[in-house]
Design a protein around this ligand. Structure first.
Ligand code: FES
Length: 245
């Protein structure tokens, strides 16, 4: 099938940027969106033109690198699907497709569709870990954790840190990301010791980096490719209140 792409081209954070129209004349419905862009880049390279810069790593929906807004929706709008797992069978012959980077003040554009998501790393470095020395690998049954608690923690740990929550939020809030990272540790015995310090430090880091606050738009949950629930923002708020007293 034939598609008309409108791709965001920008040479750096200070460049104004623009949408460039590029034809994709021979798209297979079995290709992933990134494979389609690979083919487009091959044609651009052969013609001596500047190829489209875009991020990717695993191409398996795991790493969270493939940060693109497709037709106005982070990751393209297919439920629980990253861009790398989005297939061209979702599009129709003759479609016009708009491809843009995450747009948020805390994510400066490096080039075209590639943004600097270091802000999420800064939040993690502030406290998204446990620093207790655990020694060698413990017997799996030495520390019993109830199934509901383990499930809750695993649901939070589904977050792949892609930043779609920030890109979809009118406040560029990273509270779903921060909430998931706080919650995954806060309910486990290993994470409780530093829970107060962690939530204060991570919240402060998010604020200092320029991420906004949650005002209940729920766009983060809707765009999250892993279905991370906004209940983790509630957990973040409760952990923060606990840390204040
Ligand atoms: S490239 Fe890793 S999640 Fe898409």
């Amino acid at each position: 099938m034939k598609l008309k792409l409108h791709v965001w081209r920008q040479n750096g954070p200070n460049d104004q940027g623009r949408l460039e129209t590029i034809d994709a004349p021979d798209v297979s419905p079995d290709q992933s969106f990134l494979e389609m862009l690979d083919d487009v880049n091959l044609v651009l390279a052969k013609a001596g033109k500047d190829i489209i810069a875009f991020d990717h790593d695993c191409r398996e929906g795991i790493c969270g690198m493939c940060s693109q807004v497709i037709n106005g929706v982070p990751h393209g709008g297919q439920e629980r699907t990253t861009v790398c797992q989005l297939h061209m069978r979702q599009f129709n012959d003759g479609d016009e497709v708009f491809v843009e980077p995450w747009k948020a003040r805390a994510f400066p554009i490096i080039k075209d569709l590639v943004v600097d998501r270091n802000g999420l790393e800064v939040i993690m470095q502030a406290g998204g870990y446990t620093s207790c020395h655990t020694g060698g690998t413990a017997d799996a049954n030495a520390l019993l954790i109830g199934k509901p608690v383990a499930d809750y923690s695993m649901d939070a740990a589904e977050c792949i840190g892609c930043g779609a929550c920030v890109a979809s939020c009118p406040n560029s809030s990273a509270m779903l990301f921060t909430g998931a990272k706080v919650a995954q540790l806060a309910v486990l015995p290993q994470g409780k010791a530093e829970a107060r310090k962690r939530v204060m430090a991570m919240t402060e880091a998010a604020k200092e980096f320029g991420f906004g606050n949650c005002t209940n738009h729920y766009e983060c949950q809707a765009s999250c490719p892993k279905g991370v629930d906004v209940k983790f923002i509630g957990k973040l708020n409760r952990e923060y209140m606990k840390a204040l007293v």
